[in-house]
Write a protein that binds this ligand. Structure first.
Ligand code: PGA
Length: 256
């Protein structure tokens, strides 16, 4: 039997950036560069705004990356003006979707129970959630960061059975590090990633924990990626700002 190994990954979260032309250029540049790279089983995921997903999956079809969405509404269809559904993503052959990003929690008031519905809605269509968790600065300063992350996982993903949970990628993103230029130190990232893996082991057993991909996100760039990724429990990154330039993003991929 083939031995399962934990997947390394770099995912680019473009957020609300790029015109169509800029998006096409960036995707093509990344795709062309990846043609020359041996990813050694690692996965690169591009998460552009939903309006570009079809274009991205067209390019991905003949390239070496996967496509992810940034959000969904947790139903297949209905009267929900402005929303997109997991069924629509599935039809476009989108493989991943970011869930629980701190910007969605903050600006769109998404809470743990709603996020658990989104996780379920994606898994129904076999789309992998990239589930984001992480504390805000006052929570870290009050030494509550472990508790906060534990609650986020308990209330949004730990209801899953083992089969469902194995499809999830976790992204630890301390909110104070997102877009601030202040990344978590290598030690802070490793400490939290090890803690998350321990929680998963308690819930699903050591083997599942060992196989779960846990990404770090928050001001990760070409300069600090190697050090962050060298930690035993950091399996790659969820990248915002530095995913918007092909050169920077490729540098991060090369740090895997
Ligand atoms: P950043 O964003 O890399 O720009 O800090 C990360 C994220 O929001 O996922």
């Amino acid at each position: 039997m083939k031995k399962e190994i934990r997947k390394k990954m770099v995912a680019g979260n473009w957020k609300m950036n790029k015109t169509f032309e800029e998006a096409e250029k960036l995707i093509t540049e990344i795709a062309d560069a990846l043609d020359e790279v041996d990813l050694k089983g690692a996965e690169v995921v591009l998460c552009p705004p939903s309006i570009y997903l079809e274009m991205a999956t067209d390019v991905a079809y003949e390239s070496n990356f996967k496509v992810g969405a940034q959000n969904i509404y947790p139903l297949d269809e209905g009267a929900f003006t402005g929303e997109i559904s997991p069924l629509m993503l599935k039809a476009l052959k989108v493989d991943y979707c970011i869930i629980g990003h701190s910007e969605r929690r903050k600006y769109f008031h998404e809470q743990n129970d709603f996020l658990s519905q989104k996780v379920d809605a994606l898994l129904k269509h076999d789309i992998h959630p990239i589930f984001c968790c992480g504390e805000i600065l006052p929570e870290r300063e009050a030494n509550q960061h472990f508790e906060v992350v534990k609650k986020q996982l308990e209330e949004s993903v730990f209801h899953l059975d083992e089969k469902g949970f194995k499809k999830i990628v976790i992204a630890y993103e301390p909110v104070w590090a997102i877009g601030t230029g202040v990344n978590a130190t290598s030690g802070q990232a490793q400490e939290m990633h090890a803690y998350i893996r321990e929680l998963i082991a308690k819930q699903y057993g050591a083997e599942v924990a060992k196989l779960t991909t846990i990404l770090y996100g928050g001001s990760c760039n070409g300069k600090n990626a190697s050090e962050l990724f060298s930690n035993p429990d950091v399996d790659g990154g969820l990248i915002g700002g530095a995913s918007l330039k092909a050169k920077d993003f490729l540098l991060i991929i090369s740090a895997l």
